[in-house]
Ligand binder design. Structure first.
Ligand code: PLP
Length: 400
């Protein structure tokens, strides 16, 4: 009898974490590697947030908090939704977890029965299908087209809905493509969902503040208030506030769902760190000006990378609205030979070649459910990005 549970055979470890770990190992071994795999800002957590954490420690806020999060934090989250998204929630419609990842996991675990379907537009954030599988659900992956900027269309959504559909996951701006849904695109999706009363929406808005060129961020419950009673609006401080290590995410939705999520959490992590919660109150209630300043830096880096990728032989790259990722196609390199005589057959071969030949770590598109592409995270210094782009260009030119 195997000791490890069967359910683990359904899932795989996160491929993005695997690439980041491999790049870190190579670096530690003295190899000159530029990591473009990590999904985390290179900026530090702002000082006012760190100070709030220090003050919380000194004030002895070191004990258990309510499972759903401290009342102060949930009040700050209610105020955030009102201020930024024009959404009215009450404090008992809010839950706080150990990162956005845990909140999403808890929601799926709390709601999926075996065989329930979750519609996941591809390319997708790597964790949605595996979380669904862990919760005994069935991921229904809808491959989105590059011509549609990798976004699911109303008709593709309509075609994917079945009587077993429980959730559709929307992630805007997207990891891995950076594409964001406009109000009109969300309106069209909402019109489909209004016809299917049993389908719930998981709106993953983790990259809300990372939008460029004046793009207006909107979320589905705001676009169609009638969907609010079956939407879980998910967000967190990790990306916007450069707080990945603090492990704090949150979600808002109907009380019955939030209670179910809290029940799962009460028997697993109980809650995230009391200090992270105190810091996040300051993140949400404190000065917000730096968000725009940082977004401006990310926009410049996006422009730099998109331009450079379009100058590489065999690559083409769309310019997305947000997040800190681009998703170039490497279709034009497939079938070509590396200087060592290896044929590039897949996007995995291509990123392996980039790592081995030039020490650039990126993630293959097949990990995100749409090939042949690769994901570049430009959340790294402009200097490192410039060097990485030069190396990718050289690697592409060396393919015959
Ligand atoms: N959702 C998306 C789309 C993400 O890219 C990530 C992190 O990479 C998360 C959720 C989870 O964020 P957290 O670090 O808060 O768990």
């Amino acid at each position: 009898m195997a000791f490890i549970a069967d359910r683990l055979s359904r899932i795989k470890p996160s491929p993005t974490i695997a690439v980041t770990t491999k790049a870190a190992e190579l670096k530690a071994a003295g190899v000159d590697v530029i990591g473009l795999g990590a999904g985390e800002p290179d900026f530090d957590t702002p000082d006012n947030i760190k100070d709030a954490a220090k003050a919380a420690l000194d004030a002895g806020k070191t004990k258990y908090t309510p499972v759903a999060g401290t009342p102060e934090l949930r009040k700050a989250i209610v105020a955030k939704f009102k201020r930024e998204n024009d959404l009215e929630y009450t404090i008992d419609e809010i839950t706080v977890g150990c990162g956005g990842k845990q909140t999403l996991f808890n929601a799926l675990f709390a709601t999926l029965n075996p065989g329930d379907e979750v519609i996941i537009p591809a390319p997708y954030w790597v964790s949605y299908p595996d979380m669904t599988l862990m919760a005994e659900g069935v991921p229904v992956v809808v491959e989105c087209q590059e011509e549609n900027d990798f976004k699911i269309t109303a008709s593709e959504l309509e075609a994917a809905i079945t009587p077993k559909t429980k959730w559709v996951v929307l992630n805007s701006p997207s990891n891995p493509t950076g594409a964001a849904y406009s109000r009109a695109e969300l309106r069209a999706i909402a019109d489909v969902l209004l016809k299917h009363e049993n389908v719930w929406v998981m709106s993953d808005d983790m990259y809300e503040h990372l939008v460029y060129d004046g793009f207006e961020f909107t979320t589905i419950a705001q676009v169609e208030p009638k969907l609010k009673s079956r939407t879980l609006t998910c967000n967190g401080v990790s990306k916007s506030y450069a707080m990945t290590g603090w492990r704090l995410g949150y979600a808002a939705g109907p009380v019955e769902l939030i209670k179910a999520i809290n029940k799962v959490q009460s028997q697993s992590s109980t809650h995230t760190s009391s200090i992270s919660q105190a810091a996040s109150v300051e993140a949400l209630n404190g000065p917000q000006d730096f968000l725009k300043e940082r977004a401006e830096v990310f926009k410049e880096r996006r422009d730099l990378v998109v331009k450079a990728m379009n100058e590489c032989e065999g690559l083409t790259c769309k310019k997305p609205e947000g997040a800190f990722y681009v998703y170039p196609s490497c279709a034009g390199t497939i079938g070509k030979k590396t200087p060592d005589g290896k044929v590039i057959e897949t996007d995995t071969d291509f990123v392996t070649y980039l790592l081995e030949a030039e020490g650039v770590a990126a993630v293959q598109g097949s990990a995100f459910g749409l090939a042949p592409y690769f994901r570049i995270s430009y959340a790294t210094s402009t200097e490192a990005l410039t060097e990485a782009c030069a190396r990718i260009k050289r690697a592409c030119a060396a393919l015959k």
